[in-house]
Design a binder for this molecule. Structure first.
Ligand code: NAD
Length: 328
């Protein structure tokens, strides 16, 4: 492909990705499967790598998430809420492991966690009390959805134990059963159906009336911290224990892995078991356990170098639900 052809293709792919991102993040109504979005994004990454003059700071390859809706108050994240680099096969995971070891040496341990397919949120607690809940938004600016998040019973309004000030991060989600019931009710009422639990959760939390979110039976898994005042935690695994003790709902299915081969075994076992969960997962997140090593590894513009998301291969692209064919 010559430079002119590459330029033309980059333009086409960026336009498509921007359109799909708008439908997914702003309208909560995707029109293509995630796998198609991911395929186009990979194509764009390769084109930009092969033709560095075509790189652009506004490209979907460096931007996180979507636009922020104007009717919510805007919240600036003190610590940016980033995306994650992707791995699609074992080789990508081994490459990640090599990059990590090259940077911090061989004494590395990973934590492998389920990648919950919901909406990323940040919860701020001041002296133990829940004061602010926000969406990830574009990573720097999110939407204040505190009133909607308060309706989720799994979110503690007050942390247990010491009245600490902290900001935690997690994934708000709609259980599969609630999603099915919701769509059944919507079908009876002749309303448009949600494409999947992720979009139903995001659509419910980005409503002005908190009564709607309250009826939707949402839940959350908290998986990390943005900030924590007055306490020293040195490992992510220790952070997960701390969050659980503080009353947050953490996902129990995480595993400490001393080698990337252990991670790969975990990935495959969940690839098979995922249909049995009552919530959707779209992959496995692998994180370097030591915060000290995380700091050494740092970040790219879009994602941390100390973590990666393995994406499961796309499930049946056309899902048969309630006898109706949904295209995503
Ligand atoms: P991502 O989904 O690849 O990963 C980052 C997110 O994973 C984090 O923000 C976090 O909220 C979440 N996460 C879940 N469990 C986690 C855990 N245990 N630890 C840490 N993080 C965890 O990245 P993204 O930037 O949110 O968006 C890309 C996704 O959105 C892709 O899956 C893409 O296919 C989809 N998308 C689809 C369309 C479409 O039209 N179908 C459009 C845009 C984006």
């Amino acid at each position: 492909m010559n430079e002119e052809q590459a330029k033309q293709r980059v333009k086409e792919v960026r336009e498509l990705l921007e359109k799909y991102s708008y439908e997914y993040y702003v309208l909560d109504q995707p029109t293509v499967p995630d796998a198609e979005y991911d395929r186009l994004l990979q194509e764009l990454i390769e084109l930009e790598n092969n033709h560095p003059t075509l790189r652009d700071e506004h490209s979907p390859t460096v931007r996180v998430g979507g636009q922020v809706l104007d009717f919510f108050r805007k919240v600036e994240h003190k610590v940016p809420m980033l995306s994650l680099g992707n791995a699609f096969n074992e080789e990508d995971l081994r490459d990640f492991d090599r990059r990590v070891r090259n940077a911090v040496g061989d004494n590395v341990s990973y934590v492998a966690e389920l990648k919950i397919d919901g909406l990323a949120v940040s919860l701020t607690y001041e002296e133990g009390r829940f004061v602010l809940g926000a969406t990830r938004g574009d990573g720097t600016i999110g939407e204040d959805i505190t009133n909607n998040l308060r309706t989720i019973h799994a979110i503690p309004l007050k942390v247990k134990g010491e009245a600490v000030s902290l900001e935690v991060r997690g994934e708000a989600y709609m259980p599969k059963r609630s999603f099915q019931k919701l769509n059944e009710a919507r079908q009876e009422e002749g309303q448009e159906l949600f494409a999947n639990p992720r979009n139903a959760a995001a659509g419910s939390l980005r409503q002005l009336d908190p009564k709607i979110a309250a009826k939707r039976n949402l839940s959350i898994f908290v998986y990390g911290m943005g900030q924590l005042a007055g306490k020293t935690i040195e490992h992510h695994s220790e952070g997960l224990h701390f969050l659980k003790e503080a009353g947050f709902k953490t996902n129990p299915e995480w595993k400490q892995c001393d080698t990337i081969e252990d991670v790969i075994t975990f990935v495959h076992s969940w690839g098979e078991r995922r249909p049995h969960l009552d919530y959707e997962i779209d992959g496995i997140v692998i994180k370097v356990d030591s915060y000290y090593q995380q700091e050494e590894l740092g970040f790219t513009a879009k994602s941390p170098r100390w973590a990666i998301a393995y994406k499961f291969p796309a499930e049946e692209v056309v899902t048969k639900l309630l006898g109706i064919e949904l295209s995503v």
